[in-house]
Design a protein around this ligand. Structure first.
Ligand code: GRF
Length: 231
């Protein structure tokens, strides 16, 4: 069991989130929008990317959020290059007093260096109903498999990729004629709802991890009506 609110921070101070992103940054944008709309009581302390031209960095700048490009190339020659890179990330996160890390389209596998420094304090968003379809190109895999319902998942990050305790999920029906693109678009719209929601639950100190389970204090349960497809 682990306490999900960092000790020592007065409730009046906003949760400091560090976002790691490699690309487009639409999930980052959803988090920024939720903060600006007052739906998420947090502040983004820093947005860090391993890609210099990541749109996520531009989005951060546009909203006067500190952005950092951290090149992984200088670490490439070292025997523990991934760990060395994560140590450099850790330094940035600590400098900005980050309490919770949100991976948002971050295309590198995080090593135990970060995971041990932030136990159950790293979230990731994945465009499938985990544990179905971990990894990449998951919408295509879902279509190829012929599933009728897909979705997205926010989970805590552990050393096993895409396997950490699940915080929140949203389901989306697969429609006739869907392509990986149309499906991604509808899943993404749900991602943009559940990621800020998951962070807000964390900020409110309502998440507790027990083994594989994330207990959500005072959660309003989903409607018992099922999503059937075809209806
Ligand atoms: C999203 O589909 C997310 O689930 C996955 O990578 C994509 C990132 O999109 N991990 P964006 O950069 O947030 O727009």
């Amino acid at each position: 069991m682990s306490e999900q609110r960092p000790a020592g921070r007065p409730r009046s101070e906003k949760l400091r989130v560090g976002v790691l992103a490699s690309g487009r940054g639409s999930n980052l944008q959803a988090i920024i929008d939720a903060i600006e709309a007052g739906a998420l009581q947090a502040r983004i302390a820093v947005v860090l990317s391993n890609k210099k031209d990541a749109q996520a960095l531009e989005r951060a700048r546009h909203h006067s959020v500190t952005d950092v490009f951290l090149d992984s190339k200088p670490y490439a020659g070292q025997p523990d290059s991934r760990e060395a890179y994560d140590r450099a990330i850790l330094e940035v996160l600590r400098k900005h007093e980050v309490e919770l890390i949100a991976l948002a389209g971050y295309m590198k596998i995080v090593t135990p260096v970060l995971i041990k420094a932030y136990p159950h304090r790293i979230m990731n968003i994945h465009p499938s109903l985990l544990p179905a379809f971990p990894g990449l190109e998951v919408q295509k895999k879902a279509l190829d498999w012929g599933v009728k319902i897909v979705g997205c998942t926010v989970h805590f990050v552990t050393e096993s990729v895409d396997e950490g305790p699940i915080i929140i999920q949203a389901a989306v029906p697969v429609l006739e004629g869907d392509t990986a693109d149309t499906l991604s678009e509808r899943i993404l719209a749900e991602e943009h709802k559940i990621y800020p929601r998951a962070i807000q639950l964390y900020a409110e100190g309502r998440l507790r991890v027990e083994g594989r389970h994330v207990l959500v204090a005072g959660a309003t349960e989903a409607t018992t009506a099922s999503l059937m497809n075809p209806a």
